[in-house]
Write a protein that binds this ligand. Structure first.
Ligand code: ATP
Ligand code: MG
Length: 142
């Protein structure tokens, strides 16, 4: 994934177990970093929802019997916050995921739509049976 990061970019990494209760650790870490960068409360709430959805997907779809942990990387690059959620599961193709049909609402299939709505940029790098990295970027507004 080609994203330009400034030379003085700072990276913070978390390895989390595939246990839903610990998604709160990803959210808390995010709040601390985003708050420090100067994001306002509304933006931080949006970021937390997006990261929670990505973590839930890593656990739900990206789990692998040999390794049920996943990694969240937070990269602070100038006024951009880049968040990568990485799992070692079966992988998927973002282009092949259908957008939700709001005339025929279903219980599932909203996570990626919500992530794309809340973040400025979303990229998925995935290899069949070789894991997924979902990269989400939010720019600090002046
Ligand atoms: N990390 C991942 N690894 C493998 N497949 C994934 C991953 N994330 C998403 N997918 C695939 O993309 C589909 C859409 O994901 P999305 O989060 O939008 O919906 P969902 O997880 O099925 O339901 P919801 O998030 O609404 O509970 C999933 O059903 C799954 O097939
Ligand atoms: Mg989901």
């Amino acid at each position: 994934m080609e994203v330009q990061t400034k030379e003085d970019a700072v990276k913070i990494s978390l390895t989390l177990p595939g246990i839903p209760e610990f998604v709160s650790v990803a959210r808390l870490t995010l709040s601390g970093i985003a708050n420090r960068m100067g994001f306002d409360i509304d933006a931080i709430e949006d970021l937390k929802v997006a990261v929670s959805e990505a973590c839930t997907n890593a656990m739900k779809h990206g789990c692998n019997i040999a390794d049920d942990s996943y990694v969240v990387n937070y990269i602070v690059s100038g006024d951009r916050l880049i968040i990568d959620v990485c799992d070692s599961g079966r992988g998927f193709d973002l282009e092949a995921v259908e957008s939700p049909d709001f005339d025929n609402p279903k219980e599932n299939g909203l996570g990626l739509y919500i992530i794309k709505t809340l973040m400025d940029e979303v990229e998925v790098k995935s290899l069949e049976n070789n894991g997924t990295i979902i990269r989400m970027i939010k720019q600090l507004e002046e």
